[in-house]
Design a protein around this ligand. Structure first.
Ligand code: ZN
Ligand code: ZN
Length: 134
């Protein structure tokens, strides 16, 4: 493939909103090379990251570390749903008692209560040690 062909290929792929990584794979070059070709020839990439990764209130965004109110609310809602389902089958399910049982299964047997209390005390102590106010 000549440089011109390569350039035409990059131009076409970028115009179809293909990410540099895909263009690079097709050309058998490093994505950085594609980026350089685009920059040198003023070819903007129409590629956008998938909305699922960038929009707040989506699981992927939370997983990427966003803790804005919207993401936290979404995460908590999903978490709560899972918990309700788990609690519904708690009596027949096998799960390890302790902190996991207490917080995920809503189990209040002595083992779960004791271990959860100890864990929360440790977390609280750690927060205070970090200088947090809560
Ligand atoms: Zn967010
Ligand atoms: Zn338990």
């Amino acid at each position: 493939m000549t440089r011109d062909e390569q350039l035409a290929f990059v131009r076409e792929m970028a115009g179809r909103a293909e990410p540099d990584t895909v263009i690079a794979r097709e050309l058998g070059v490093h994505p950085r090379t594609v980026l350089r070709i685009r920059q040198r020839n003023n070819i903007p990439s129409l590629w956008k990251p998938p909305a699922a990764n960038t929009e707040c209130g989506r699981p992927a965004k939370y997983r990427r570390g966003c803790r804005c109110p919207e993401c936290v609310a979404d995460h908590n809602a999903r978490h709560a749903k899972g918990r309700v389902k788990r609690v519904a089958r708690r009596d027949t399910a096998e799960f390890s008692h302790g902190v996991n049982g207490y917080s995920n299964w809503n189990c209040r047997c002595p083992k779960c209560k004791d271990e959860a209390a100890a864990a929360y005390a440790r977390q609280k102590a750690a927060r205070i040690a970090r200088g947090a106010t809560r």
